[in-house]
Design a protein around this ligand. Structure first.
Ligand SMILES: O=C(O)COP(=O)(O)O
Ligand SMILES: [Mg+2]
Length: 228
């Protein structure tokens, strides 16, 4: 029988990447002749990867569509800047390493399902010394699909060798919650990540404010409730 699995979102869930993403976004906006944005605005733009973040920041200022060529150019600038800065000031959230230890010791697989490019995600996770923990790390280019498409999550579980009927997603945004719900997988929302509205409004299975709350008992209950 395949193993139970905890699948983490990356930005705003596993790692606090906001300072670095915001730096790279602002560097990109300035290169595009736009104004810099603050942390509050950033939280409205993030969640569906760098390309979408740039597009959202652009249209918020220009009230017109970003032309494809300029979009590509700005995205390249963003990727270069972000890649060169990894890991920057990014840090795993308090308690997340201990939580991963708990689940790994209990026989769970761990994986990452992110809308950050897989190349950036693996680079960041490696630079933080966390690579060995994950049976799979997937981004939007891994399968050519991205959250909220539920297949991004179910394919990640398959790639990790996990069991979709004994899986829990942990995320910080409406994107993660919608993805997990569409896949029929319970979802734990952290309330310290990047979202413009409180995560409870998107009705996840449960909301936590610290990883100490993510216990084996909680995961077990969520899995049992989902299989009824
Ligand atoms: O960087 C983003 O826009 C989203 O990344 P996440 O899926 O890991 O939250
Ligand atoms: Mg996130």
């Amino acid at each position: 029988m395949s193993k139970p699995i905890i699948v983490f979102d990356l930005d705003g869930t596993l790692v606090d990447t906001a300072p670095d993403l915001l730096d790279s976004l602002n560097h990109t906006l300035v290169a595009g002749g736009l104004s810099q944005v603050d942390d509050t605005a950033f939280r409205r733009f993030v969640g569906q990867g760098g390309r979408v973040m740039i597009e959202r920041a652009y249209t918020a200022q220009r009230k017109q569509q970003l032309a494809a060529l300029e979009h590509d150019r700005l995205h390249d600038i963003f990727l270069d800047h972000y890649t060169l800065n990894i890991p920057g000031r990014s840090q795993p959230y308090p308690g997340v390493i201990a939580a991963m230890d708990r689940f790994a010791s209990a026989g769970y697989l761990l994986a990452v399902c992110t809308n950050k490019y897989e190349t950036l995600a693996t680079g960041l996770i490696r630079s933080l010394g966390l690579s060995e923990r994950f049976a799979a790390i997937t981004g939007p280019e891994t399968f050519g699909i991205r959250k909220p498409d539920p297949r991004h999550l179910t394919e990640t579980i398959a790639k990790a060798g996990g069991d979709v009927t004994r899986a829990v997603m942990v995320g910080d945004s409406v994107t993660d919650i919608d993805t997990a719900k569409a896949a029929g997988i319970p979802v734990v929302a952290v309330d310290f990540g990047y979202t413009d509205r409180h995560v409870s409004e998107y009705e996840p299975s449960v909301v936590i404010s610290h990883y100490d709350e993510l216990t084996l008992g909680m995961a077990q209950k969520l899995i049992e409730a989902a299989s009824r």
